[in-house]
Design a binder for this molecule. Structure first.
Ligand SMILES: O=C(O)CCC(=O)C(=O)O
Ligand SMILES: [Fe+2]
Length: 267
């Protein structure tokens, strides 16, 4: 990545989302995967449908970060954190860069339900993908009138038709901010394979419905690009994601998120 980084070259037009292919090199990717696999078993947290590790400190039930240094393999070599800082995406965040990383592991067929990352963090998330592609979806809540919302209490219905889908290539960085952080949900379907809609949809196999992605033009992986052009199914392998955010440190004030403007707004 050069000294001056112009994030506007990577914007998904009309959205508070940026997609940067080849954010890290193949050598860095292999090194990171090796380091992740060398981590002692007890560092993994097992969830129903994936495993994860938390770097930068645990967050208490009250939302307080018990801060710890990030591992050298994302802070030093490769210098993922300073590279993310150089994008400018965290210019307005409390620490000016991510201080907290959740590493997720997805086996083929595993995903993550639509969710929000919540008010404990400055409302920007930058995610590096390692090992496999995936399809990342943004969702919105169903529109409900005020009376229905009050009578339903906290529960809100999610419209499961994604408003935006991106293909995340291995080694890429995706940044979500603005309304993509504060009013959308995001998730990954628990599937083993993806069919991506190309420029020639009439040539597609009828077996599964192709997904329209908004970053087709930004893709760089030759293997992935030629498979999409030929209408071939992309099979997922093991993927690791490094979700990098800036935690406020103390318990979040619910007004904090509303006060924060997206670094991108008005630029
Ligand atoms: O794996 C991903 O790309 C998304 C993970 C995520 O949304 C999260 O950890 O909150
Ligand atoms: Fe998330």
């Amino acid at each position: 990545m050069g000294a001056v980084f112009d994030l506007s070259n990577y914007r998904i037009s009309g959205h508070d989302t940026f997609y940067i292919p080849n954010f890290i090199t193949c050598e860095e990717e292999l090194y990171l995967i090796r380091k992740v696999n060398e981590t002692p078993q007890h560092k993994w947290k097992k969830l129903a449908n994936r495993r994860l590790q938390i770097w930068g400190g645990e967050i208490t039930p009250k939302g307080v970060l018990l801060a710890e240094p990030l591992p050298a393999f994302i802070d030093n070599y490769p210098d993922i954190i300073s590279r993310i800082k150089a994008t400018g995406a965290f210019a307005d965040s409390p620490h000016g860069m991510p201080n907290h990383v959740i590493l997720n592991e997805y086996l083929p067929g595993q995903g993550i339900m639509p969710h929000e990352d919540g008010p404990r963090y400055h409302p920007v998330v930058a995610t590096v993908s390692l090992g496999s592609h995936s399809v990342f979806n943004y969702y919105q809540y169903e529109q409900e009138d005020a009376i229905t919302t009050v009578s339903r209490g906290e529960g809100r219905t999610i419209n499961m038709n994604p408003t935006l889908s991106l293909l995340l290539e291995p080694r890429s960085l995706v940044i979500s901010c603005g309304d993509k952080y504060t009013s959308h949900l995001h998730g990954i379907q628990a599937v083993q394979e993806d069919l991506i809609s190309s420029e020639n949809p009439e040539e597609m196999l009828p077996k599964i419905i192709p997904v329209r992605i908004a970053n087709l033009e930004l893709l760089q992986d030759e293997g992935i690009k030629s498979s999409i052009e030929r209408g071939e199914i992309l099979r997922r392998s093991v993927r690791y994601s490094l979700t990098c955010r800036d935690h406020f440190g103390k318990a979040a004030d619910s007004r904090t998120v509303n006060r924060c403007s997206c670094f991108w707004s008005g630029k």
